[in-house]
Ligand binder design. Sequence first.
Ligand SMILES: CC(C)(COP(=O)(O)OP(=O)(O)OC[C@H]1O[C@@H](n2cnc3c(N)ncnc32)[C@H](O)[C@@H]1OP(=O)(O)O)[C@@H](O)C(=O)NCCC(=O)NCCS
Length: 188
Amino acid sequence: MARVESTTHSFRAGHAAKSGFDVRSAEPDDAAAMLDCAREVFRTSPYLLTSPDEFTLTEEQEREFIAGMLSHPRQLLLVAVSGERVVGILDLRQTIPRRKARHRVLLGMSVREAYRGAGVGTALMERALGWAKAHPDLALVTLEVYAENVRAVALYRRFGFVEKGTLPGGLIHDDGSAWDQVEMFLRV
Ligand SMILES: CC(C)(COP(=O)(O)OP(=O)(O)OC[C@H]1O[C@@H](n2cnc3c(N)ncnc32)[C@H](O)[C@@H]1OP(=O)(O)O)[C@@H](O)C(=O)NCCC(=O)NCCS
């Protein structure tokens, strides 16, 4: 069972939102609010692999996904919640289901457009890396990011992630333009 307790955080000074936000493990009842957040992020950010029309998960499937993440001992799914809204999501997933890779998790994260630059990503990252560092089996967090996503790359570097290499043309947009994909890792 992989679950972290809720912690409360303030938005960075100057952000329009008045109240703070909580960071905690996602629960099955968050399914609808998480889908709403994910759909918005896929619509508003060019930096994610999934195109909006490719994201077709139903609420029931999302519930099952959340329950599966909770029951997995080496995976973590976090939400940042402000009021009733999920404003950010972070997941650590074991994408290679083999014993030899059981020390590795792949990190993915996204924050709603109106809440970016307010410290939500930093809070999610602190909680996730704290959990990973304390985990007896985990030793390596990896991620993939597009070179053009300078804010995300800066955030990952600030947490100590190191660039492992670049895959030129790792992503091709519908208009034919290509972006390079950077692979980064952190030992925990
Ligand atoms: C990348 C992302 C997850 C970072 O989350 P975030 O909540 O914006 O992160 P933070 O607010 O903690 O800030 C991270 C840094 O980026 C800067 N930043 C991020 N978004 C910003 C914005 N819209 N305007 C100004 N600065 C911004 C912050 O100032 C901060 O830098 P600093 O700590 O040196 O001041 C978020 O911007 C996002 O979801 N982007 C779209 C999806 C995406 O790119 N996901 C990652 C795919 S690999």
